[in-house]
Design a binder for this molecule. Structure first.
Ligand code: FES
Ligand code: FE
Length: 438
């Protein structure tokens, strides 16, 4: 029941206690309700407009179990169709990506334009004139599609508030990403895919978890120390109050920001040792271009800030090593699949673009320093939950006693922000309104 679902999140301000019951991470019935009340009601990240280079470009992508075609039609408009034949239901597009004027169903050969119109039926004379006059046999379109600074989102709920309202304070950070390039951003290096034997919500928590880095990623800091000297030896840096903060951005979104660059980060346009000596001239030039285009204040924000942005329910935009965008969907309560992309300013010289791609691959890519460690930690958690009779609750109370005034980067406010929205949506049988940013 809704009360039972609400009870999975135990928020007790008198005791400064915030706990999540582990069945929220293991129970198949919970996943079933998440599919309906969260994934079918929220704005979900479909892809970036740069993935569709020109008219006819398409990507077949499954979003909350529903196969879709993400396509730029003949007029250049970005659209999303359900990848299902209106005739007898076969998948229409079997390629993962490509360029097409039309899609032909493999079963009986019905053909659809890249704008979704039914344009061909073998044996058409057996159907009456005006058979598809009302468009009922065109490819069905996803009810809502909206774009924010190049990031394309869909919503299966036709009555949802506009994307703008939904994103609230998160919009500002997507804008900071888009402003990195004079002509916007583009995906570099294609789509990276991997999976983990863990609950999908654990990756949301992990994607902005400053607390785990010094322990779980110890080998990375050892590597940096070997390479760059003692700068990383004293891992106390990550517990310093001045180091960074977390902000609740509304509707379940949060950002974990660093004041000034984190020591292992590579700011967009300020040279740090991690970029390598040979990059210095390029980075300085990028800085000059930003200041000319945006003025000193905004340029500073774009050039200097490191942040991990979490957009409810399952999009993380990580601006710490190049730009990493990742989204992840549950296959089962204890198994999720990730899609990740590196992003760089459109039209950057190849050498710079290549460096940004390497930054991503070195740390947050599927074989980088961070991702295998993170996946291992999430899988250890999921294994631990099997012993849940002894300790059926996860604790997320770090920094809760002071969260009204301040949340440090190593606090757990970003997880609480997520779980509060999750609890409210899971307990609501009817859709709940998304709030305009305050
Ligand atoms: Fe597609 Fe028959 S199922 S043409
Ligand atoms: Fe990590």
């Amino acid at each position: 029941s809704s009360a039972d679902l609400r009870g999975l999140v135990d928020e007790d301000h008198a005791r400064n206690r915030f706990r999540v019951h582990r069945s929220a991470l293991t129970d198949p019935a919970v996943l079933e309700i998440e599919r309906q009340r969260i994934f079918d009601r929220c704005w979900l990240y479909l892809g970036h407009e740069s993935e569709l280079a020109g008219p006819g470009s398409f990507v077949a992508r499954t979003i909350n179990h529903r196969p879709l075609i993400f396509v730029r039609d003949g007029e250049g408009r970005i659209r999303a169709f359900f990848n299902v034949c209106p005739h007898r239901g076969a998948l229409v597009c079997r390629e993962r990506a490509g360029k097409a004027k039309s899609f032909q169903c493999a079963y009986h050969g019905w053909t659809f334009s890249n704008a979704g119109r039914l344009i061909g039926q073998p044996g058409k004379e057996a159907y009456p004139d005006g058979f598809n006059a009302d468009g009922a046999y065109d490819l069905p379109e996803v009810p809502r599609l909206e774009v924010c600074h190049g990031f394309v989102f869909i919503n299966y709920d036709a009555a949802a508030e506009p994307l703008d309202v939904y994103l609230g304070g998160a919009k500002f950070y997507l804008e900071l990403i888009a402003l990195q390039g004079a002509a916007g951003m583009e995906i570099v290096g294609g789509t990276q895919e991997y999976s983990a034997r863990a609950n999908w919500k654990l990756l949301l928590e992990n994607s902005a978890d400053g607390y785990h880095a010094p322990t779980a990623h110890a080998s990375y800091f050892d590597y940096l120390s070997d390479r760059d000297g003692d700068a990383y030896k004293n891992r106390k840096f990550s517990y310093n109050k001045a180091f960074g903060q977390v902000l609740d951005l509304g509707n379940g979104h949060a950002v974990s920001e660093s004041q000034g660059a984190i020591p292992w980060g590579r700011p967009v346009a300020r040279w740090v040792p991690g970029w390598g000596e040979e990059a210095q001239a390029d980075i300085d030039r990028i800085r000059v271009e930003l200041v000319e285009r945006l003025g000193p204040e905004k340029a500073e924000m774009v050039a200097e800030r490191d942040y991990n942005l979490l957009i409810f329910p399952n999009l993380a935009v990580l601006n710490i090593m190049a730009v990493t965008v990742r989204t992840f969907y549950p296959v089962a309560p204890d198994y999720f699949e990730v899609r990740a992309w590196a992003m760089a300013p459109k039209g950057e010289p190849e050498a710079v673009k290549d460096r940004r791609l390497r930054n991503f691959l070195e740390f947050l890519g599927p074989g980088g320093f961070a991702t295998p460690d993170d996946v291992e930690m999430l899988e250890l958690c999921q294994q631990g939950y099997q012993a849940s009779i002894g300790a059926p609750w996860n604790d997320l109370s770090k920094g809760m006693f002071r969260e009204a005034e301040y949340a440090a980067k190593q606090d757990e406010l970003q997880m609480r922000t997520f779980w509060r929205q999750w609890r409210d949506m899971m307990a609501a049988e009817e859709r709940i309104a998304f709030r305009e940013a305050g």
